[in-house]
Design a protein. Sequence first.
Length: 244
Amino acid sequence: MNPTPATRAAIAGSLREMAGLLALAGEGPFRARAYERAATAIEHLDVDLAALVEAGRLTELPGIGRGIAARIAELQRTGRSKALDALRERMPPGSLSLGRIPGLGLDKIRALHAALGVETIADLRTACEEGRVRGVKGMGEKTERRLLDRILALEDPVDVRVRLDRGLALAESFTAHLRTAPGLVRAEIAGALRRRAETVDRLVFVAAAPTPGPVIGHALASPLVASVSGRAARIRLVESRLTP
């Protein structure tokens, strides 16, 4: 069976996964940020990616060196990355998701997986609520309680706000994703971000399309999106909760 090339959105997602796993593995913030910048460059690309790959011109894009260019080319041609697969194999299942919990590093994730089979945030919440985390070597009742508090904060953030520059950066990334939706007519930033408020607690976009279903599905594929609502078939309001 011939390999299936990856879309730009899928390539950007893989690069961001690589960035998250590298950061979690303690490989250094510079490498992780390099993959994040590469993902943003791919999302904002306004020329044919396959043509750049075939011409060997990926390194002309901002922030993309030879190593990351090779990863992108591999993803574009085959839909997979051997380096990403190898990094995934080094990590317990669910590491990237569990790593979102403040203070939960790779060593603790490994210990929780080995002792309790924890693979998701829901698994960990249940283990904390049942008092099983305190029995894991290197942890105790205080750690268990602290982890549960942080999980609950992730699930129901209260008054989380970020500065305008951070909000704009996230909005630009999401808008690039949204504008690749099939059938999209128009997508614009709205709400406090458009008014250039000093801080924002969510991203708001207005999108129009004759058939909203594919656009909504595409929007929901972004990890930033928390909910989608709307009053008319053509207009959908997309709100995304932010993380600091």
